[in-house]
Write a protein that binds this ligand. Sequence first.
Ligand code: FES
Length: 324
Amino acid sequence: MSDHHDEPESTGDEPSRTPVQMPTSASWSDPHLQPAARHPQFVERLIGFTFIVGLLSFCAFGAAYWQNWAPWALGLTLGAGMLFVGTGITAWGKYLMPRGPFVEERHVLQSSKQDVESFTNALVERGATPVKRRKVLGGMLGAGMGVFGIVAMFPLLRSLGPLPKNTLATTDWKAGSYLVDQLGNRISQYSLAVGSFATVFPEGWEDQDRGQAVDQTFLVHLEAEGPIAGMPAGRSTWTPAGYVAYSKLCTHAGCPVGLFERELGLLICPCHQSMFKLAEGAIPIFGPAPRPLPQLPLAIDADGYLYASAGYNQPVGPGYWERP
Ligand code: FES
């Protein structure tokens, strides 16, 4: 028993071949297509709908990001955009593009010239037709991806926040700034007993975020009279009436330095236990802090109130560049 094939007549010197009908044009009734592709207009409309919803979702995500909406709104809009555009792309490939398998029984590896031409024509026609006829879908897909690309730039445009400008190098302390407590009360030379300390701010900045952050200063009445012996050269006038003031921002990693060891005259950082010698310009004598706490030069006015005779002698907090 033998299979029936419509075999061409052999010329004797040609190899035996089994001809396979190659498709030469795209047809919506082609059995190789997915069932849903038999209704291309409907599928096109469906895909167009998903692209439009995806595009609107990306727009909504952009608006939500710009308006700083809740995180769930950002996730919902971005997720919906990706879901609908992705669904559209998948459906386009699955239902509107030619699908295989295309089988050709082959007995020799070399194709005849006629087969090559036939295959090339079929490939060009079948590949080009669905793309050419769907410029609208392509446009919508491009618009959706374009909007997505724009909103993806938003973190660079907005989330980096304002430039720090000179805030890394300066504070709000300046010559003439009165020392006040957290409630805005000025500190006089009689406010603290010897051995007592307080956290002070420049007047007018005690209730500001920036003042709380970079201006906080450790003031201690270290000795009964000034100037304090042992201060670095050139600071003999910075410690009137035995008061001395240093930045509270640790020079290691910026923790607030607030543990005062009275007997030893040390200021201790609670984070990594750096110790600063108060009577000697707050030099670090232990721990990872690389340099002394910046000192605030003090003065006393005619009414006995403490004020700064200048700003800090160097930038506060951990160094952000190499310093001597
Ligand atoms: S932050 Fe002060 S010792 Fe590390």
